[in-house]
Ligand binder design. Structure first.
Ligand code: GRF
Length: 208
């Protein structure tokens, strides 16, 4: 059974998609051990509690400096002995020590087709603003392993979504979540939980 920690900062719709997929057995061989938020007001924490999942908050605001927060965050995460860390709308820069310790064990969802609209400055609605201001016709979402760069890790799954005339960033974000994020994130977890994902030379291979 793959033990998962899900890290969140906000509404937690991706977390909900994972919970639902576990309940409906679209994800097998996996369980969520803990949900960790950096924001005590994140609705994602409520979603976890409603499902009887342990939900904790570790806020940088409660620490003297970033190093202290990073150390404490990693210590807490380690204490759950998880096999996979899922970043589901987690708006915290992942400390280097954590990336080294959890190599190919941290996955992230990014709301564009990487390598388009990724890197510093492209997060959340900013991605969709960028897509719309360039008149892009097709966008989507990407699930990837996290490495030391920003949105540079090996890509696991991607799904394309049409941009429509008259879209606002909010409308486009919703479509990308519904048609791509909430599908490929649970799918990627299921593939990992069932031993179908391997990484070689920074490329992901998915077994049949
Ligand atoms: C998603 O669009 C995700 O791609 C981005 O932040 C959003 C998180 O939404 N990084 P939610 O908290 O899962 O509802």
């Amino acid at each position: 059974m793959l033990k998962i920690a899900v890290c969140v900062s906000g509404g937690g719709t991706n977390l909900q998609a994972i919970i639902d997929a576990i309940d409906s057995k679209k994800i097998t061989n996996a369980e969520i051990s803990v949900v960790i938020s950096n924001n005590k007001n994140a609705y994602a924490l409520e979603r976890a509690k409603k499902h009887g999942i342990e939900a904790i908050c570790i806020s940088p605001k409660d620490f003297e400096n970033r190093d202290e927060f990073n150390r404490s965050f990693l210590e807490k995460l380690d204490s759950y002995h998880v096999d996979l860390v899922v970043l589901a709308g987690f708006l915290v820069v992942i400390p280097k020590a954590m990336i080294e310790k959890y190599q190919n064990k941290i996955i992230n969802i990014h709301p564009s087709l990487i390598p388009s609209f990724c890197g510093k400055g492209y997060y959340g609605l900013k991605v969709h603003e960028g897509v719309l201001s360039r008149g892009v016709k097709v966008t989507g979402a990407t699930v990837h392993f996290v490495d030391e760069g920003t949105d540079t890790g090996p890509i696991i799954l991607q799904k394309a979504v049409e941009v429509q005339e008259g879209d606002t960033p909010e409308v486009l974000q919703r479509r990308v979540m519904e048609q791509a994020e909430w599908q490929i994130m649970p799918k990627a977890i299921d593939l990992i939980a069932n031993g179908k994902v391997s990484v070689c030379d920074r490329c992901v291979h998915i077994a049949e």
